[in-house]
Design a protein around this ligand. Structure first.
Ligand code: NAD
Length: 313
């Protein structure tokens, strides 16, 4: 177990407030900074609502202190994690400033979704204390945190950060090479590329793509990874399938022209009411609620399994 530490969270948006919640629930003291006053003013209420909704200890919010002063947020922190907008220049600028306010031992992490950590941290005086921690939304319900090392990351920094997240009840995954998209988003977007291509080439409509995934291999994915699956059916069968299927599936290196056109036409998905499909406000709300319900049930099921294995150990 790592000791309880002081954590600085930079950015109080969708991810930042969730990260602050998980650290506070894990017993750490959290200071959270945002440049936008409205984000800061609402952050404790958002955390309280989540804690109550999940049946977690509502007193955890007392360990979260919002501040509009970056120096105040980080100067006493042992660990700083950044979750501001996905903008390389902004992240670089913030880390350069943060480094002037913290001790040489303070560990610095970015929650970027896809930007290489090396690009974000290359200007630091002490890049050996920096790494990536990629959480998934909502951070208090999805277990995975990808922990990304760069060529500079000190092994002790990596090890401590893995342990920190394990102690929080998360599932840390070590990403050994700092590649764009890390592991999860590379896998996810490889699937999305083919999903879009199926629609683009008229093989089926968008709803059918989603139905095929949800009603077939999506059902197994939470308990059966693709490589476990390949071993289960046999690597020889997997090889035979690949020889037939891989030459036929999408392999273009850039974004799909079909997707480019959707964006150009203003079909932006939920926010414009139409993307691959049309969405009424009620349909949007229903889908969001369904996903949340599913993730909550999965968390309950994980907790029950852990309790059972703890009892039998
Ligand atoms: N949303 C997701 O599903 C998800 C999942 C994993 C990782 N991420 C990554 O996490 C990061 C944050 O994403 P989000 O979805 O929480 O975004 P968000 O827009 O909800 O929050 C970003 C926050 O950053 C603040 N901000 C912007 N400029 C700032 C500045 N100069 N100083 C301080 N704060 C500033 C904004 O006010 C906002 O509160 C991004 O890098 C994103 O790629 C997002």
């Amino acid at each position: 177990m790592v000791e309880k530490v002081r954590v600085g969270v930079i950015g109080a948006g969708l991810m930042g407030h969730g990260l602050a919640q998980v650290f506070a629930l894990g017993g750490h003291d959290v200071t959270i900074y945002d440049a936008v006053d409205a984000s800061l003013k609402t952050v404790k209420d958002r955390i309280s609502t989540n804690l109550r909704d999940l049946g977690d200890d509502p007193r955890a919010v007392e360990r979260v202190r919002p501040t509009g002063d970056l120096k105040d947020c980080v100067r006493d922190a042992h660990y700083v994690v950044e979750a501001v907008s996905e903008d390389l220049a902004l992240k670089q600028k913030l880390f350069a400033e943060i480094e002037t306010h913290v001790s040489d031992a303070t560990i610095l992490a970015s929650n970027t979704s896809v930007i290489p950590i090396t690009d974000i941290m290359r200007g630091l005086k002490h890049p050996e204390r920096a790494l990536g921690t990629h959480w998934w939304n909502p951070p208090y319900l999805v277990p995975l945190v990808e922990v990304i090392e760069t060529a500079w990351t000190h092994p002790k920094v990596l090890q401590w950060t893995m342990e920190l997240h394990r102690d929080l009840g998360k599932t840390p995954a070590h990403v050994k090479k700092d590649v764009p998209g890390f592991i999860g988003n590379r896998l996810q977007h490889a699937l999305w590329r083919e999903a879009i291509a199926l629609v683009e080439h008229g093989i089926c409509d968008a709803e059918t793509v989603d139905t095929v995934i949800k009603a077939a291999f999506g059902r197994r994915l939470a308990v059966l990874g693709p490589l476990e699956n390949a071993d289960m059916v046999g690597t020889d069968l997997t090889l035979a399938i690949h020889k037939t299927v891989l030459p036929a599936i999408e392999s273009r290196p850039g974004a799909s022209p079909y997707l480019e056109k959707l964006v150009k036409d203003g079909r932006l998905g939920f926010k414009s009411g139409e993307g691959f499909r049309t969405w009424t406000p009620a349909q949007q709300q229903a889908l969001r609620a369904k996903v949340l319900q599913h993730l909550k049930k999965a968390r309950e099921s994980d907790a029950a399994t852990n309790e059972k294995s703890g009892r039998s150990a």
